[in-house]
Design a protein around this ligand. Structure first.
Ligand code: KIV
Length: 281
């Protein structure tokens, strides 16, 4: 946790107050070094349960545990000073009842020192969102494509097309009414995202939901090109880390095999006081 008391981190209230203003910028992070890089540019840093897929190689987010979220939440906390830190509630730890959700959220907040939690679901989770917010736990909701429901949704498909749009609108209004401070809207048509953003009193944070939203979020490994298992259409890739890292690893392997690495500058003298290499190592 940051000990610099001069730096004031953004709060859920600050995020809600940004409704309709300059777009909110958000990315996921799972480690301390990456959290530091993201914190310098983002309003919200999310420890997403996408960590299960992009870091742990799991087949979906359904296998992610509370212990994993706490571990990564603590790591990210050490790198975040300015942004609002939000941690995902993993599948199976909150859906049963508001009381179960409170116990999970209280652990997440206490053990990671996050500023808020995120949970998936619209109307069906409104009661739980109200229960949590009335008890001091800020909630960011997540509607549209909710990856924890991949099995009932029948895949990672676009939500809210045609008549289904009304369901997404109801979900957005229900979570706002229940007290969520912002809502992630995933993989819905742009026109629907625009309607929802106009009608919904809290900021909409889009992922695959067009520029009409009040803000945007992406999975960091997707936008850096580090996660190559699949590339969603809605991701703009800003770097090709897989290619850069692959090239660097290949160069290292070749250097070791040809005895080009380590060089004299990476080795140690045999006696204390002997002349050190210029880099002082
Ligand atoms: O888990 C995650 O990274 C998320 C974002 C995609 C919004 O929920």
């Amino acid at each position: 946790m940051s000990t610099n008391l001069d730096i004031k981190a953004l709060t859920p209230r600050d995020i809600t107050a940004r409704k309709g203003q300059a777009p909110l910028v958000s990315l996921t992070a799972y480690t301390t070094p990456m959290a530091r890089l993201v914190d310098a540019h983002c309003d919200i840093v999310l420890v997403g349960d996408s960590v299960g897929m992009v870091v742990h190689g799991l087949p979906s987010t359904l296998q992610v545990t509370l212990e994993m979220m706490i571990l990564h939440g603590r790591a990210v906390r050490r790198g975040v000073e300015r942004a609002l830190l939000v941690v995902d509630m993993p599948f199976g730890t909150y859906e049963e009842s508001p009381q179960q959700a409170f116990r999970t959220a209280a652990r997440l907040m206490a053990e990671t020192e996050a500023g808020a939690v995120k949970l998936e679901g619209g109307e069906t989770m409104a009661e739980t969102i109200g229960f949590l917010t009335r008890r001091g736990i800020p909630v960011m909701a997540h509607i549209g494509l909710t990856p924890q429901a991949v099995n009932t949704l029948g895949g990672y498909r676009v939500q809210g097309r045609g008549d289904d749009a009304e369901r997404i609108l109801r979900d957005g209004l229900a979570v706002a009414e229940a007290g969520a401070f912002a809502v992630v809207v995933e993989k819905v048509p742009g026109a629907l995202a625009a309607r929802l953003t106009a009608d919904c009193p809290i900021p909409t944070i889009g992922i695959g939901a067009s520029a009409a939203c009040d803000g945007q979020i992406l999975v960091i490994d997707d936008m850096l090109g580090a996660f190559t298992a699949f590339r969603p259409k809605f991701v703009k890739q800003y770097a090709d880390l897989a290619e850069i890292a692959g090239g660097a690893i290949a160069a290292y392997a070749a250097d070791v095999r040809e005895r080009r690495f380590p060089g004299p500058e990476h080795a140690f003298a045999d006696a204390v006081g002997a002349k050190r290499p210029a880099n002082g190592a």
